[in-house]
Design a protein around this ligand. Structure first.
Ligand code: GLU
Length: 442
């Protein structure tokens, strides 16, 4: 063996991934998100050629930090929250990915979300690795002051591993521009200098980028339009059903409605509404902004939550949380195409059922990459202190999304695999090629 050659990895030396009992994840449909991710990686290993020898790199996070986040509540008592920041991979550049505040967040979920960021960032070829963070908390139960104190303490605690060239957080479920402003300020105060590039998704007046707020939804819409052309689906007469009506689902619904598509059903945490002739999306957005959910929207019929999966539609957009489309409902879905606005909404068993039924799934790791793509633009603008117009940003976003999608589409055709497997093939090759070029240290 030449001195520079890397020894093969001995499988007997490989510990099981963190927090995971070994082989059960390979069969069960009720996998946790990390188990789902591992299964997705296993599916691409046969397509990685010589890079497969590095595949174990993808199956464990590079670094995972769990932090205690104590804050004083408004009533004077002290509450402790559990926070996480996981850097799954940094072979291609700094860690990058959002921070979510949700009562169900766990370390293994954040590990999976960080890994999906590695895949997503490589799939659209932005120069980042993958990372994610979260706090296990119901932010709706906190006052604004409590939310700010929690955000600041969390940022301080993860401050040892984040930074504009190390790992760059961004918004995700239940975090927004204000939360990013607090994170940026806290990091900057600790550093003694304003560091706008430490987070993306900031307010435009604080180094944020035009177009960032709509970017994920716009990316969902862009790849949806591209895929519709490939399968001969006429979007103008299409019926669309959307789960989740926040920053992703709401924007995607608006853009599809603007092309003439009918948004017939919307589900969120407050309930499910239906209108066969098409919902008035701007009116629904105003209702949600005022009341916090789609519940009580006057110009629609209320249907049972589980009925959402039976709705007659052509395009289904899950844009809420993980593991929504499972073996239990995949057989009932009527759509021709599913565009994953959420991260991890479809289980591998559901993926197989959908593929067998000829329903095209545009996977999260390409479909919702618009957000991080404009995050990248924001970071570049912050570094150069030169800001672009919204038209320029949207044009660059659309170009990147279209190019990435057409590359993945070709790989899917060449290997006769699903678009998810094709995206993983493209992304894993990029990550592992970088990994191979860098070599093992020491
Ligand atoms: N949270 C978003 C995602 O899941 C955006 C991440 C980012 O902009 O860094 O892709």
């Amino acid at each position: 063996m030449s001195p520079n050659a890397t020894p093969p990895v001995a499988s007997s030396l490989i510990a099981p991934p963190l927090g995971h009992a070994l082989p059960s994840y390979l069969q069960a449909d009720n996998l946790g998100p990390w188990g789902i991710y591992l299964q997705q990686v296993d599916r691409v290993i046969p397509y990685l050629g010589h890079l497969a020898r590095w595949a174990e790199t993808l199956k464990r996070p590079k670094r995972a930090l769990v932090v205690d986040v104590p804050i004083q509540l408004d009533n004077g008592t002290v509450a402790h929250f559990e926070g996480y920041r996981v850097q799954h991979n940094t072979s291609r550049g700094p860690g990058k990915g959002g921070v979510r505040f949700h009562q169900d967040v766990t370390l293994s979920e954040v590990m999976a979300l960080s890994a999906w960021m590695s895949i997503k960032n490589a799939a659209v070829n932005v120069p980042y690795g993958g990372a994610k963070g979260g706090i296990r908390v119901d932010p709706k139960a906190l006052s604004r002051g409590e939310l700010e104190r929690m955000t600041r303490r969390y940022t301080s605690e993860i401050g040892i591993i984040i930074g504009p060239t190390k790992d760059i957080p961004a918004p995700d479920v239940n975090t927004n521009e204000q939360v990013m402003a607090w994170m940026m300020d806290t990091y900057s105060m600790n550093q003694g200098a304003t560091a706008t590039g430490v987070v993306t998704g900031k307010p435009v007046d604080l180094g944020g980028s035009l177009g960032r707020r709509d970017a994920t939804g716009r990316g969902v819409f862009t790849v949806g339009m591209e895929a519709a052309q490939h399968i001969g689906l006429d979007v103008v007469s299409a019926r669309v059903a959307v789960q989740g009506f926040g920053n992703v689902g709401g924007v995607a619904a608006r853009l599809f409605a603007q092309t003439g598509a009918r948004v017939v059903a919307v589900q969120d945490h407050g309930g499910t509404i239906y209108q066969a002739s098409g919902l008035d999306v701007p009116a629904l957005q105003a209702h949600v902004a005022a009341t916090g959910s789609v519940a009580g929207f006057p110009q629609a019929e209320v249907i049972a939550n589980d009925t959402f999966w039976d709705v007659d539609c052509d395009i289904l957009i899950p844009a809420a949380l993980e593991q929504q489309i499972t073996a239990a409902n995949a057989g009932r879905i009527k759509a021709r195409m599913i565009i994953e606005g959420a991260n991890g909404p479809t289980t591998p068993a559901a993926d197989d059922i959908l593929q067998e039924r000829g329903i095209l799934v545009l996977p999260d790791v390409i479909a919702n990459a618009g957000g991080v793509t404009v995050s990248y633009f924001e970071w570049v603008q912050d570094f150069s202190s030169y800001f672009w117009s919204e038209d320029e940003i949207n044009a660059r976003l659309v170009r990147i999304m279209k190019e990435a999608f057409s590359g993945v589409w070709q790989v899917a055709q060449d290997h006769k695999v699903s678009l998810r497997t094709a995206t993983f093939i493209v992304a894993c090759k990029r990550i592992l090629h970088a990994r191979e070029l860098r070599g093992l240290y020491p």
